[in-house]
Design a protein around this ligand. Structure first.
Ligand SMILES: [Zn+2]
Length: 213
């Protein structure tokens, strides 16, 4: 018997894209592309740019569309299966690429996620681990919260013996501006269950994920 969770039921802050509304929907509020484009135009003017230049004519519309895309997540189903084979070793997917938007600067941060779990009664399709990361990465985020949301979502649905999530990311707000720390990687982790409580389990995850810690 499979068990299906509509991912947006897990996180009520995430609204579905409404089929009756051609626009983009997030957090129950439609993204107003026209208003966003107007705001981008105002921003360009405030930044001293010539919005009447042929080169910038379509920029407000394109920027609005780009942000709408980065902030909107497609709903999907997180299907779990009975662990009939009683597999009881670590399941790990390494280096899942993700990108998100820093809520402090509206600049991207991007990197890879390593997601592992120790199954109990249920297992999940491996591609769904990447989908969970993608789902929570869409939106204004901080890396710490994103890491926790991925781990908590998996634990709520899998009731695994342990869940471990590590994100390694470069933040453009740090590498392009401010201290200009090019190539600096921020590493965050959330460990639940045996991955938190049992040093050998935690060590196995870090070793297989090839994360220095
Ligand atoms: Zn930032």
């Amino acid at each position: 018997m499979t068990s299906t969770t509509w991912i947006d039921e897990i996180d009520p802050n995430r609204a579905l894209r409404s089929p009756s509304h051609p626009g983009l929907v997030r957090d129950g509020v439609p993204v107003d592309l026209d208003a966003a484009a107007d705001a981008v135009r105002s921003l360009l003017v405030a930044l001293g740019q010539d919005v009447h230049s042929v080169h910038l004519q379509d920029t407000p519309r394109r920027v609005a569309a780009a942000y709408a895309e980065l902030l909107t997540s497609e709903p999907f189903t997180l299907t779990t299966f009975p662990n009939d084979g009683r597999y009881d070793e670590l399941v790990l997917v390494r280096e899942i690429p993700f990108r998100s938007l820093c809520e402090h600067h509206l600049l991207p941060f991007h990197g890879v996620a390593h997601i592992g779990y120790l199954p109990d009664e249920r297992i999940v399709g491996l591609s769904k681990l990447a989908r969970v990361a993608e789902h929570f990465a869409r939106g204004l985020q901080v890396q710490e919260r994103l890491t926790q949301q991925i781990a908590n979502c998996l634990q709520e649905n899998l009731r695994a013996k342990g869940v471990a999530v590590v994100l390694e990311a470069e933040h453009l707000c740090m590498s392009l501006r401010g201290v200009r720390a090019h190539g600096a990687h921020t590493v965050t982790s959330t460990l639940l269950g045996l991955h938190r409580e049992h040093p050998a389990t935690r060590q196995e995850f870090f070793t297989l994920a090839r994360v220095r810690h």
